[in-house]
Design a protein around this ligand. Structure first.
Ligand SMILES: O=C(O)CCC(=O)C(=O)O
Length: 270
């Protein structure tokens, strides 16, 4: 391959970036995905992995494997931040991620869901199909509506089914042709302790895990407050200290239960 040209002509405007964060922002805007380091020490990465297994075991005991299997829910752990293990609330408020989201989403954003995801060894699973994270939607938006930050509990490798993305499909309405998919799908490898950050309108799919070990991840969908949460998280979460955390976790946006409650919520607001 010849070297990439550095000269240009006819340019009136150019984006400038001076940090890894800005590079990730630019890549997500153009291609729909990027990898972001969460900034954890190896001990913190290991702690999250251990807590993941504890919560998974508690969740499976609570609901029962048979029941979870009957709804194809046995590879998903819903609402990890409601588990009582504080590390998942901290993960949902990760400072590097918050900085990135503030650059990508105009105005406020809310955590829509935080779900543990297991890509099981040699089986296939419910995320192994192309989808958008605002599923069933065939429009594009001039500004970002929602972002999925998929935290890698384990290294994501080609062998263990690292996430496939179809670059730039957040910018076009239809699902692309089989030919486009075969030619342009990219598998996003990433180290444990990273987030694979996706514009929620990009088509993506988990890959097949051909290793002997489950591949674990935790998805975090954040969206503009116009959309409701997948599950009402504040209802089953311990109280959180700061007002900003409350806002991001959705305490401020539960819909009033009645007109009376709505009117009461407006009192004193112009
Ligand atoms: O497990 C993966 O690689 C993909 C997860 C996914 O598709 C999702 O969180 O929407």
């Amino acid at each position: 391959m010849s070297t990439v040209p550095t000269k240009a002509y006819g340019i009136l405007e150019q984006t400038t970036v001076d940090s890894a964060l800005d590079e990730a922002v630019e890549q997500i805007q153009h291609l729909g995905y990027a990898v972001l380091d969460a900034g954890f020490s190896p001990a913190e990465v290991a702690h999250i992995a251990a807590e993941f297994d504890t919560v998974r075991a508690e969740y499976t005991t609570k609901y029962g494997l048979e029941l979870l299997q009957s709804g194809n829910e046995h590879n998903t752990i819903r609402g990890m931040c409601t588990s009582g293990h504080d590390v998942f609330i901290k993960l949902a408020l990760n400072p590097n991620l918050m900085q990135l989201l503030k650059k990508l989403i105009k105005g406020s954003f809310v955590l829509n869901q935080q779900n543990g995801i297991v890509n099981p060894a040699k089986q296939g699973y419910n995320q192994g199909s192309w989808h958008r994270d605002l599923p069933y939607q065939h429009f594009v938006s001039s500004s970002v509506l929602a972002i999925n930050a998929l935290y890698c509990v384990d290294d994501f490798t080609t062998a263990n089914g690292a996430t496939f993305v179809l670059p730039a499909t957040h910018l076009r309405e239809p699902f692309p042709s089989a030919q486009y998919i075969a030619r342009h799908a990219v598998q996003a490898e990433a180290k444990a302790g990273s987030f694979i950050v996706l514009d929620c309108m990009i088509y993506h799919s988990g890959g097949f895990n051909s290793t002997d070990k489950d591949r674990r991840a935790i998805n975090h969908v954040y969206n503009i407050p116009f959309f409701k949460q997948q599950i009402n998280l504040p209802n089953s979460m311990p109280d959180v200290p700061s007002d900003e955390a409350k806002q991001i976790l959705g305490y401020a946006y539960a819909e009033p239960q009645s007109i009376d409650a709505y009117i009461a919520s407006r009192v004193g607001k112009k």
